[in-house]
Design a protein around this ligand. Structure first.
Ligand SMILES: [Ca+2]
Ligand SMILES: [Ca+2]
Ligand SMILES: [Ca+2]
Length: 871
């Protein structure tokens, strides 16, 4: 298609008109070329409070390096410090203002923030109708936060005094009585004051009335001044490694009206146009596969007519291997997209893409480029996340053996990681009593060190599935349960995947045996060790907590301490979780047979018991209205038909599906149980439900339908055909939805799971129905994962992606600005109303950088299936 001419005309038309002053645009934010000022397009959600994603945000030259503008109660607010609730937001286009009303319920404290465009700057004003409450006087202030990795080592001036942002936090602090500290989230405390009853408060780096930041870096330069308030600059990293630089003005005591006024002028490079982001597969391409780069362009950029592929030859010389036309795709959120198809190049070699003046790093075209895509995950990431083990690699110890003192029965409590312990324990244990035998097996939950039971069930299921489908015999890990010792890259004669299944099962079986049912989580009891960054073995002191000792005191025999750091088991019974565990135990039992028969037997015993008890419990609770069935598979997201009106036929189908599900149990569970036990009744239960489910939602239920193919006859396969045809339409539909052709999540977690699920389903649809779903479709997800996506073109899989994988992740080594190889980032985080981002210089935003244990084991399935199809 020759679209480039038409496209250039369109783009040129858009560039006319003056772009000098900040204007409030149709999306409800202030804009000038190179600068966006967002005012509570994203509000604080109060969940984990550390997203650094909210309030007044400034996207300067494409990077959201300033955010958090709001009335806050601390010099450098930490995660779990209170955040304001936005109670109102008014966008006044005529007068060019956005006004938000903010409220702290805990202190009955209301304020308003009014942002007004004034030429190239915005005025930010804080208004009070009532004075700051006594308790918060001197504490409440207007704050704005600056991304350390974009400002450190840059120069700044305050009232003309020269300075430089520090690379590492080394400024001064004082301590103050705890009584002066504003309350933290739900009354938790982020810090261990070591019995001093005092908290740490950072001192400002600089104080004055006018600051110019990043005077040496036009992309980041910003000028802020205030006539009516003092500006204080702080380093939030003094309290927490995920803190940002904070500029703040304390609100005056006893005053109402306009109490603080700032003028904020983010510098814009004249006529700035964002450099094109050439999305391509960093791992490379096989000779025969389609090869299409997606190029993300500034909306003011004029697309090139052509792009070229260059080959780096064996002698180091370079030749143009291909030159082709650029094809228009069109706008998607804030940018414009074009594509460059170089599929015709099939000669193995080293290549790079040149588009205009932009060159990519090099990549390979070769038959073997995908051979190693899962190795880092299976050999490095997974074993490092084995809990209750000493894990070592070469000269390096990743962590010692954690939680030697075991787990206590949780008392009734709310929890900072979204768990609850109800008023009863649902066990034979009293609150704070040691539940024996739980400190064994299991996997860390991604960026923290707890055992999320639901995730661990997924992990075991994913490993069992990978084992059944691919029988990977890879042995790169030494695992000794007896020594509680793991050594990476030391084969021990046992396939690693069996050892991982065993390790996950050991913890989950212990839960079922010791507690009687599944714990919702085994997690930290105090917030001040939940955010631990370091060796997992040093989270707790390894000594049993004895409340009769004084805090920090150790008993004479050296076995107990008065430090309340022991982990808790949250044991409120959840029948759904028990049923999921029952399925997993059945599957694990089958996989472990012949390797660890004793554990296989224990798993099967628990499977049968929990299946029976869980079903019975659910029936009882359902009658009493206490516990709901999960119907998401019927009612959930259905791609582009989500808004379709429910018709009569559909309602009938939904009703029948619900009844069947209650009568026969979840269909996917039935299928898994058939796989595990080979008992025909489960297959019948599955078949009684799958067709209605596909009628209702083909996208969500296709994977389950495909999973059944190996167990079913030809008639089933034929009956499934028209649904696979419908699914093929669904796959193709993504080509119209966005330029990358995959489902792109818009939530506050970037949602790689959705992309991986899609990838696995497409793989299997192709495997069983190659005439309907073509092989070319399976590269959508690999392209996305390995670099063909918005914002930048780095591979989302740590250490995978030949030349440029992402470098920082929200792993448990995030304080070192590092990654654990094989981690898969959630990826592109969407910020309202039109911004995607993935920081690769700042690991601490979990929504974009935290790989999870369930997601990474799902990646092993995707990667294995994908590799298989290359053969
Ligand atoms: Ca967790
Ligand atoms: Ca092994
Ligand atoms: Ca302890």
């Amino acid at each position: 298609m020759k679209k480039s001419l038409l496209l250039s005309t369109l783009i040129l038309a858009a560039t006319t008109g003056k772009a000098q002053d900040l204007k409030l645009n149709d999306l409800g934010y202030f804009e000038r070329q190179g600068v966006n000022v967002l005012v509570f397009s994203n509000s604080f959600n109060g969940g984990f409070n550390d997203e650094k994603n909210s309030g007044i945000e400034i996207i300067q030259h494409g990077v959201r390096a300033i955010q958090g503008g709001a009335v806050r109660l601390n010099n450098t607010p930490e995660q779990w410090d209170l955040v304001p609730k936005m109670t109102d937001r008014k966008v006044d286009k005529e007068n060019g203002t956005i006004e938000v009303a903010l409220r702290y319920d805990d202190y009955d404290f209301d304020s308003r923030v009014v942002v007004t465009a004034k030429g190239k700057a915005v005025e930010i004003a804080v208004w009070l109708d009532k004075p700051v409450p006594e308790k918060l006087a001197g504490e409440a202030g207007f704050n704005l936060e600056f991304l350390p990795s974009r400002y450190w080592l840059k120069t700044f001036t305050m009232d003309g005094r020269l300075n430089r942002f520090p690379r590492y936090a080394t400024s001064q602090t004082i301590t103050r009585p705890n009584s002066e500290k504003p309350r933290q989230f739900k009354g938790f405390k982020t810090y261990d004051d070591r019995g001093t009853d005092r908290f740490v408060d950072p001192m400002p780096l600089e104080t004055g009335h006018a600051i110019v930041m990043a005077t040496d870096t036009p992309e980041r330069m910003v000028r802020i001044s205030s006539d009516d308030a003092e500006l204080k600059l702080y380093d939030g990293r003094m309290l927490a490694q995920n803190g940002w630089f904070v500029l703040r003005s304390v609100l005056p005591k006893g005053k109402t009206g306009k109490v603080v006024t700032w003028t904020v002028e983010p510098h814009a490079i004249p006529n700035w146009i964002r450099e094109p982001n050439i999305g391509f597969c960093q791992v490379g391409y096989t000779p025969s596969q389609p090869k299409v780069a997606v190029i993300e362009l500034d909306k003011k950029d004029t697309p090139q007519a052509t792009a070229s592929l260059f080959r780096i030859k064996d002698d180091g010389s370079i030749e143009e291997a291909f030159k082709g036309d650029i094809q228009n795709w069109g706008p998607y959120f804030k940018y414009n997209y074009v594509k460059f198809d170089f599929s015709s190049v099939k000669q193995p070699g080293v290549y790079y893409i040149q588009y205009g003046n932009t060159k990519t790093n090099n990549f390979l075209i070769d038959e073997h480029v995908y051979d190693k895509i899962t190795d880092a995950t299976t050999d490095v990431w997974v074993p490092i996340h084995m809990n209750h083990m000493y894990v070592t690699e070469g000269y390096r110890t990743w962590h010692g053996e954690p939680f030697k003192e075991g787990y206590l029965q949780a008392p009734e409590s709310d929890h900072f990681d979204l768990h609850r312990q109800g008023p009863t324990t649902d066990t034979k244990y009293k609150p704070y009593e040691l539940i024996p035998g739980l400190n064994i097996g299991g996997f860390f939950d991604a960026g923290d060190f707890d055992i999320e039971t639901g995730s661990n069930i997924n992990v075991v299921m994913n490993f069992v599935r990978a084992w059944q489908l691919f029988k990977p015999l890879r042995d790169e890990t030494f695992v000794s349960q007896q020594q509680r010792y793991v050594d990476l890259h030391r084969p021990d004669g046992v396939p690693d995947i069996l050892q991982f299944i065993e390790h996950g099962t050991l913890n989950l079986v212990a839960q079922a045996e010791q507690i009687g049912h599944m714990a919702s989580t085994l997690s930290n009891s105090v917030l001040d060790n939940y955010h631990h960054l370091g060796d997992a073995a040093s989270i707790t002191d390894g000594l049993h907590y004895d409340p009769s000792l004084k805090p920090y005191e150790v008993s004479a025999d050296g076995k107990c301490s008065g430090t309340p750091d022991d982990m808790w088991a949250f044991t409120t019974r959840n029948a759904h979780l028990d049923l999921r565990a029952a399925t997993m135990f059945a599957a694990a039992s089958r996989a472990l047979k012949g390797y660890n028969d004793q554990l296989a037997e224990r798993a099967l015993t628990q499977s049968k018991r929990l299946m029976q008890e869980g079903t019975e419990l659910l029936k009882q609770r359902n009658k009493s209205g206490g516990e709901e069935w999960d119907y998401s598979w019927i009612d959930g997201f259905e791609g582009r038909n989500a808004d379709a009106k429910p018709d009569k036929k559909r309602q009938k189908l939904q009703e029948r599906s619900r009844k069947n599900s209650e009568l026969l149990g979840d269909m996917a569970t039935n299928l898994q149980l058939y796989g595990a036990t080979q008992e025909k009744q489960y297959l019948n239960n599955f078949e009684a439900q799958i067709w209605d489910a596909l009628e209702l939602n083909v996208a969500m239920n296709m994977q389950t339908a495909l999973d059944a193919v190996p167990y079913m006859d030809e008639a089933y396969k034929q009956k499934l055909r028209p649904y696979v045809e419908k699914y093929e339409q669904y796959i193709k539909g993504f080509d119209q939805n966005n330029p990358y052709g995959v489902p792109i999540g818009l939530g506050n977690w970037a949602g790689v799971n959705m992309v991986l699920n899609f990838g696995i389903a497409v793989n299997y649809a192709h495997l069983y129905y190659p005439d309907i779903v073509k092989k070319d479709e399976i590269y959508r997800v690999s392209n996305w994962l390995y670099g063909c996506h918005p914002y930048h073109n780095y591979s989302f899989v740590a250490a995978v992606g030949a030349a440029r994988p992402k470098q920082v992740f929200y792993g448990n080594n995030r304080a070192d600005f590092s990654a654990i190889p094989g981690n898969v980032a959630p990826g592109l985080l969407f910020r309202q109303p039109d911004h995607f981002e993935n920081f690769d210089d700042w690991p601490f935003l979990w929504g974009q950088n935290e790989g999870t244990i369930a997601g990474n084991t799902q990646y092993i399935i995707f990667g294995s299936a994908f590799k298989n199809l290359q053969k």
